[in-house]
Ligand binder design. Sequence first.
Ligand code: ZN
Length: 251
Amino acid sequence: MCSVLKITALGVGGWVSHPSFGQSGYVVSDGKRNVLLDCGEGTYYKLSACGINIKNLDYIILTHIHGDHVLGLPTLAQIAAHENLSLKVVTLEEVFKNIVKLFEVLAIEKYLNHISFMELPLNDELVLEDDLIVKSFKALHPVLATSLLIRIGEYRVAYSGDTAVNKDFLLASEGVDVLLHEVSLPELYDSLKIRIGHTSEKDLKDIVNIAKPKTFIPVHFYMEPPKVRLDNYLKNTKLVYLLPCSSVVIE
Ligand SMILES: [Zn+2]
C-alpha cells in the first residue's frame, strides 16, 4: 500500500518573531499517527484553526523548555481534562521536571494527571511503536535541548529544534525525506549564533549540503523568513516554506 507523509505547520516563528508566524509546532502524520513536534504558545488555538482535533494527537514531543516550544502545553492539558483524554508527552526527563514546575507555578498541577510522560533518552532512541522510533541528539543551545530524527512508517523526518549547526545530527540525518531546520537569524546577526545557540542564513548551505534532505523546510523565523539562494546547493533538494496551517504532502 502506498502511504503518504504530511507535515502541517501550526507556527513557524521563534519567541521573538513576526506575529503572523506563530510559535513552534509541527504535526507529522503518516495517516496512522499524528505526532506533534513542540508546543509553543497558542498551540490549542492553532490546532483548532488548522482543523486538527486534539483527540487525534498520538504523541507530543518536546525538544526543550524554552517557552516558544512548550507554553501551549498548559492549555492543551486543560482541554485534555475537559475531553477526558490523556496526552502522551515525550521529552527528556529534565525537561519534564521543568514542565511539572511550570504547572505548579501556574497552579494547575492537577492537570498533570492528563499527561502521560514518556522519557526520551539523550543521544539514544525511544521506540514508541514498531515503526515509530525517535532518536535524540543533544543540541547546541544554551539550555538542555534535543534535535530529533524520527522514523515514522517508511519515512525519515529530522527536526533540529533550536540549535547551532550540529554536524553529528546532520550527518545522521543524511538523505532524510524531510528536514525541518531552524534558521533563526538573518545574516546580519550571524556573529551571535554560537553564543545564543541558533543558526543563521549563512549556515543554510552547510545544513543542506551535509544532510542532503529530499525536502527542506526552514523554520523558527525571526522577523522575516530566511533568504535562500536557489543555486547549486539546493539542486537535489526541494525547498518548502510553510506558514501556519499550511501542509506539505510527501509521497
Ligand atoms: Zn530555545
